[in-house]
Design a protein around this ligand. Structure first.
Ligand SMILES: [Zn+2]
Length: 512
């Protein structure tokens, strides 16, 4: 046996299937791996003693918004810490294109064009992408608040079909975001049918994750059932005071569906706070016609008053985050021209200025051209734990790489699940935690040869110290690298060693 470039010797393998940890040596041969009996005499360019450490398949982040982060990094619009926060915690594949928003159609013509752009700047890890329904709708229908015509639905189906044939991993919706929220159930079902034909999943940010979560889940289930597509619920949560505790019922529903033979899964991030765009706090009609129209309405006192009324009284069919919580639970994460606002709540900022919160929000959005992200402290710990613990949940960061004080989940999710929820809280053992980050995710998104350590698998690996692995990223220091991640290998090349990102850029945009 020759030709090994790297031999990891003396470690415990968590193979990604959930099987108990086993003492095996792992060798890298080109871009693939071979499992070796411990202590066998084999020749290798590099031999790393990983005694006491766990060797796992590289983590697959089931849910990111990092579609163009590496490109923004190359343009100097993002810092390297933001671009590489995922790979530094062991993520070797990022699943992008979530919540209805993908880089194509729109910014790029398709997956291949996105792949060429990434190849030109280089990636440390791999990226795969869903096709965003909102991106399809923006390209075909535009930003009007109306149902799509039959012709438009057919055109969206055509573009989706081409993208899935080209290797995108499924269809995603973001039914709280415009323009996706303007779609009715029938439109989404027609598109999910295309995903089903490709045996790819329907992945959804539900129309409501707060007081109306059961109804929104019922819509998603109906779409999956009527289309024949597998259902994957994104960042499952029951947020806002009216929905706290309701994961008991939503998870029971999903468990029942699985028992009846439906292919249903979800992803989850290990925090009680969410993060999204500040503009998503406004009612859907405020966005009718697109971003420029939104800004025009925000400048109009009468329209602002209508928005304030909609938020305080609600709009049928609209989630209304603020109505479910309050401006005191929402803090500014990233606002380029208002750094002094970052980390402070909207309620606090408005009180300081003695203005109505909606007035402050309008002024801020106008001054920032609509680009402000927020952190919403909207969940309860028992709900987060319940979703983490079910066997059909997998780990996704929902990371949004941005300058400012973004949510720490982008840099801390995987080490937090391993350190805090597995080792400290005992929610599950290491083997199961690893399965939720690897084998389960690869199976969901059809990533052949990844997620499970077996002979011939792709050489995407992470080596971590099970006694030390822990997240360091916080709301004050959101990009801090985790403790205990010793080595990350992508496509047979070492890309991270002891927390440091090396020069190798073996990552690609994968077609699946
Ligand atoms: Zn989402």
């Amino acid at each position: 046996m020759t030709g090994f470039s790297l031999l990891l010797r003396g470690g415990l393998v968590a193979d990604g299937t959930g099987a108990p940890l086993a003492a095996r040596d792992v060798a890298v041969v080109g871009r693939r791996i071979a499992l070796v009996e411990p202590g066998s005499v084999v020749a290798s360019d590099e031999v790393a003693d990983v005694s006491g450490l766990v060797i796992a398949p590289g983590f697959i982040d089931a849910h990111t918004h990092s579609d163009t982060s590496a490109l923004a990094g190359a343009e100097g619009e993002l810092d390297t810490e933001q671009v590489y926060a995922a790979v530094r915690q062991g993520v070797t594949v990022e699943v992008a294109g979530n919540c209805g928003s993908s880089a194509f159609p729109g910014t790029f013509s398709g997956l291949a064009a996105l792949g060429r752009a990434h190849a030109a700047v280089g990636r440390a890890n791999h990226l795969v992408s869903l096709v965003g329904h909102g991106s399809l709708r923006a390209a075909v229908v535009g930003h009007e608040a109306r149902a799509a015509t039959e012709t438009e639905v057919a055109r969206m189906a055509e573009v989706l079909d081409e993208a899935l044939a080209a290797g995108a991993v499924g269809l995603s919706t973001g039914l709280i975001y415009t323009p996706g929220t303007y779609a009715n159930t029938a439109e989404v079902t027609a598109l999910a049918r295309v995903a089903a034909q490709h045996r790819k999943p329907y992945v959804t940010h539900l129309r409501d994750e707060m007081s109306g979560v059961e109804g929104a889940l019922a819509e998603a289930v109906a779409i999956a059932r009527d289309s024949g597509a597998a259902l994957h619920v994104s960042h499952h949560k029951t947020a806002g005071k009216y929905a706290w505790g309701r994961t008991e019922t939503t998870l029971a529903t999903l468990t029942g569906l699985r028992a009846s033979g439906m292919d249903v899964t979800c992803d989850v991030y290990p925090y009680t706070a969410g993060s999204t765009a500040l503009a998503a706090m406004l009612p859907p009609w405020a966005h009718d016609g697109g971003p420029a129209r939104l800004l025009a309405r925000l400048r109009d006192p009468e329209q602002r008053a209508l928005m304030a009324t909609a938020i305080s009284e609600g709009v049928p069919g609209w989630e209304n985050t603020v109505g479910n919580g309050g401006w005191d639970r929402i803090s500014v994460a990233c606002a380029r021209r208002h750094r002094h606002y970052q980390g402070r709540t909207i309620a606090d900022l408005a009180a300081d200025r003695a203005v109505d919160p909606v007035e402050l929000v309008a002024e801020l959005l106008v001054a920032e051209d609509g680009d402000v992200s927020i952190i919403s402290h909207s969940m309860r710990e028992d709900d987060v734990r319940r979703v983490l613990a079910v066997p059909f949940s997998m780990i996704g960061s929902d990371g949004v790489p941005k300058r400012g004080l973004p949510h720490p989940r982008w840099a801390g999710t995987f080490s937090r699940v391993l350190g805090h929820y597995s080792r400290e809280a005992g929610l599950f053992g290491i083997a199961e935690a690893v399965r939720k980050m690897t084998g389960a995710t690869a199976a969901r998104f059809g990533l052949a040869g990844r997620g499970v350590l077996r002979d011939g698998a792709h050489a995407d690996l992470v080596v971590f110290d099970p006694a030390l692995v822990a997240d360091r990223a916080t709301f004050e220091d959101p990009l801090a690298a985790p403790d205990g991640v010793r080595m990350v290998v992508v496509g047979g090349s070492v890309v991270v060693r002891d927390g440091e990102v090396l020069a190798a850029r073996p990552g690609r945009v994968l077609a699946c």
